[in-house]
Design a binder for this molecule. Structure first.
Ligand code: NAD
Length: 467
């Protein structure tokens, strides 16, 4: 680590608290989770306002959901108890268990697109698991960042939890410190930088990244329903969600049916003038506005296409005649633009998906379950949702995370607790019974070795010796 690191003192202070054991007792974790619950309740209006001013005034946006659904302390805490495991003959009288240890001091880095949710959901799991935490919100969403930095410390124990406001340079310095775990949500390119910084200290990471989520629409489906579900998923939060369907793959015939249905869905949702709709926000900043505007040059806009730089407004847009080599097909769009790429059939769609980086989610629409299952079985992605968009993420019983370019690790519900937990394999033996134990000591004979082997087997019905 470079000398005079501005965050070294903070990290050292949290490490000292971690070593003192303060965060380990269940009562302490419950008290901190309840304080976090009070933050959510008492600051609800401030959260809504901060998110609205960061993301453009919008009803039903990402600030309104929040992690309330993840607040159940009851779910987290029985999980924290040790799990006793099967034993072999030689350990029958001993205690063998998996202890759910906190990692220590963890760093959570968040993006801007749902600025409160992506901080608090991992934070809940990190606290429940007994860690000390440094949270780094995105500097892009200034109001949400300020709210978290100013309000959260008056609810949580400042010996164990801290919020750091940092841009790129400061985050680079922060990452020079040794953390016990890093949970990063953001783009794949930044994910690589974070992983490289973590590698210097062999720090384990979760990387919740983005990418291009394909959405296959087969020829047999209810076109109106598909159009509404795809338009909702694509244009929610102005397309600035990591799980948005990024592009549609369908036949030329289906494209012809889908276009009027998409037009109708967009008008139903946002009216004839989406710029005036209270349910359609704005692009987060000028840089992203310019980037998405450039992407509109790919293909041909048959719905939308209008932009207003002053307001950072981009109309809900559908593009056709898009080639796989076009700029819009090279990067995650992260804006209200839906390109359609035509394919001959489901096999070609699957080949198209498999020829690209593994996405965070694959969507497939068909009235024929066999087609949906075919796409599920022959592709690989972080998650999957058949005949709808975004909805898989509402189930905290499902793990959420990417694979390959879209990320590493998983969270939500109990999986968040597991992510911030080191599963420590423990065996606690008695001091005596040496006559039984003596079998394993040299000198060996064939008979002795046979006995040791037999006594070491863990017999479980239906399981293989090594698994
Ligand atoms: P980003 O990668 O630009 O920034 C994310 C965080 O990294 C920010 O806090 C930022 O300050 C920090 N950062 C930026 N440069 C850094 C550097 N050089 N070193 C260390 N940290 C740095 O992402 P973004 O634009 O804020 O968010 C959009 C991206 O996040 C999209 O790709 C989206 O798909 C992804 N995302 C993924 C999920 C998920 O759960 N998988 C959720 C939300 C967003």
């Amino acid at each position: 680590m470079g000398r005079g690191n501005p965050y070294a003192g903070l990290v050292r202070r949290l490490q000292a608290t971690w070593l003192s054991g303060k965060t380990r007792p269940m009562e302490y974790r419950v008290a901190q989770l309840e304080a976090l619950g009070r933050f959510l309740d008492e600051k609800k209006q401030d959260i809504l306002e901060a998110t609205a001013s960061d993301m453009g005034k919008v009803r039903g946006g990402p600030g309104t959901g929040g992690p309330h659904g993840q607040r159940s302390r009851g779910a987290a805490l029985p999980t924290a108890l040790p799990t006793h495991v099967d034993k072999n003959l030689v350990t029958q009288l001993d205690s063998a268990f998996i202890r759910k240890d906190p990692y220590g001091v963890v760093l959570i880095i968040a993006p801007w697109n749902c600025p409160i949710y992506v901080i608090l959901v991992p934070l809940i799991g990190a606290i429940a698991a007994g860690n000390c935490v440094i949270v780094k919100p995105s500097e892009m969403t200034k109001n949400s960042e300020r709210l978290v930095a100013e309000a959260l410390p008056s609810y949580l124990d400042n010996d164990c939890f801290a919020v750091v406001m940092a841009g790129v340079q400061e985050t680079t310095r922060l990452l020079e410190n040794k953390f016990d775990y890093i949970f990063f949500t953001g783009s794949s390119s930044m994910g690589r930088i974070v992983m490289a910084a973590a590698a210097k200290h062999l720090t384990p990471v979760t990387l919740e990244l983005g990418g291009k989520n394909p959405c296959y629409v087969s020829d047999t489906c209810d076109v109106q329903n598909v159009a509404r579900r795809v338009a909702w998923g694509r244009f929610f939060n102005m397309g600035q969600t990591c799980i948005a369907p990024d592009y549609v793959l369908c036949s030329v015939e289906m494209q012809e049916k889908l276009l009027p249905a998409l037009r109708e869905a967009i008008t139903d949702f946002y009216g004839p003038k989406p710029q005036e709709s209270p349910d359609f926000g704005r692009i987060v900043g000028d840089k992203h506005f310019q980037r998405v505007q450039m992407l509109l040059r790919s293909g041909r806009a048959v719905i939308g296409g209008q932009t207003d730089e002053k307001e950072r407004y981009i109309a809900p847009t559908v593009l056709v005649d898009v080639l796989p080599s076009d700029p819009i097909m090279q990067e995650e769009i992260f804006g209200p633009v839906l390109p359609i790429v035509t394919v001959a059939n489901v096999d070609e769609a699957i080949d198209f998906i498999n020829s690209r980086e593994r996405p965070l989610v694959v969507y497939a629409f068909s009235s024929d379950d066999k087609v949906v299952n075919q796409v599920l079985e022959r592709t690989s992605s972080g998650g999957f949702c058949g005949n709808d968009t975004l909805m898989h993420v509402t189930l905290t019983s499902l793990p959420f995370g990417g694979i390959g370019n879209s990320g590493l690790g998983r969270y939500h519900g109990k999986f968040t607790f597991d992510t911030f937990t080191h599963h420590r394999g423990c065996l606690h033996r008695g001091m005596g019974r040496e006559a039984l134990i003596a079998l394993r000591y040299p000198p060996y004979s064939q008979q002795k070795l046979g006995l040791v082997r037999a006594a070491s087997e863990v017999k479980r019905k239906g399981s293989c010796l090594l698994l």
